[in-house]
Design a protein around this ligand. Structure first.
Ligand code: ATR
Length: 274
């Protein structure tokens, strides 16, 4: 049996096992995909144990994407570009290969729902692993990104990491109201939605032409998107589409075959797999 798993903390809410089961059924692949809870200080031990015991591939979620990057023997170009990984694979030579499929998954979903254009001016809220993983493909697509975060220092670290890119800037979250910038797209990449709260940010960022995207997903509207709609956003979307797209790129890395994500997204919603 081919064994895969997702590692995170918390992990209970993860829908990745259902999504990978739908992919496997669609493509007649027999595999096992589990959810593994990792104590905060034990990531390396848990992941090494998994691979030593026959695990072939892993997805990595909050808050271990940077740690996962650090244990890789090899990286894909996407992994190198982002500096954090959400997908691991054991190679034939028993090396750990790291990839980042979050950014490409997000970009594919944003294009699908027509939330993004080549010159979109994006406000990215959050500066953790999730935010870092999506920056490169967005600027590479042609967008400009303003990063803001509760802890300003972390935005500075991200800016430094991508220091060769001209179209990234940072702003203190408390200064948002003073600089009247018209964003085309706002992305919430904080983990605040997991706790059912929203980032403390001025509602002046919301206007009638702005698209708002939350990387989080749930069966009801996320608190952040609810707040965006309340303040008059044009359109909103949660991160279910991105979740399915990034999973599909991981699946491709492991099996060399791409699932039909349009069908899976439809199936997920119809059957209310939330
Ligand atoms: P992930 O891999 O999901 O990005 P992370 O690296 O732990 O996880 O980062 C979490 C992000 O969510 C950070 O940007 C964090 O802000 P801080 O850098 O200030 O910690 C942000 N975040 C979490 N809870 C938040 C909240 N209640 N309000 C605003 N930002 C929050």
């Amino acid at each position: 049996m081919k064994i895969f798993a997702i590692f995170g903390n918390p992990i209970k809410h993860s829908k990745s096992p259902i999504i990978h089961k739908l992919f496997a059924n669609q493509l007649n692949i027999v595999q096992q995909y589990e959810k593994i809870y990792v104590p905060i200080n034990n990531f390396n031990n848990v992941i090494n144990h998994f691979f030593k015991n026959g695990g072939l591939g892993a997805n990595i979620t909050v808050p271990f994407k940077k740690m996962a990057y650090n244990i890789c023997d090899l990286l894909t170009q996407r992994g190198i570009n982002s500096g954090v990984v959400n997908t691991l694979k054991i190679t034939k030579k028993n090396q750990i290969l790291g990839d980042n499929t979050d950014g490409i998954g997000l970009l594919k979903d944003l294009k699908r729902i027509n939330f993004i254009y080549k010159n979109s001016n994006i406000l990215l809220i959050g500066a953790g692993g999730a935010a870092q993983g999506i920056i490169y493909p967005l600027i590479n697509f042609g967008c400009t990104i303003m990063i803001t975060n509760r802890t300003y220092k972390k935005s500075c670290h991200l800016l430094k990491y991508f220091n060769n890119k001209k179209n990234i800037n940072i702003i203190k979250i408390e200064d948002i109201n003073n600089k009247k910038i018209n964003y085309d797209l706002i992305i919430n990449a904080t983990s605040s939605s997991i706790k059912g709260v929203i980032p403390n940010i001025s509602s002046s960022i919301i206007h009638s032409n702005v698209f708002c995207y939350d990387l989080f997903y749930s069966n009801k509207i996320t608190p952040f998107l609810d707040w965006c709609l309340y303040h008059g956003a044009k359109k909103i979307s949660d991160g279910l589409g991105m979740l399915i797209e990034q999973a599909a790129y991981s699946f491709f890395l492991w099996h060399g075959i791409m699932p039909n994500t349009t069908l899976i997204l439809k199936k997920f919603k119809t059957n209310n797999y939330f």
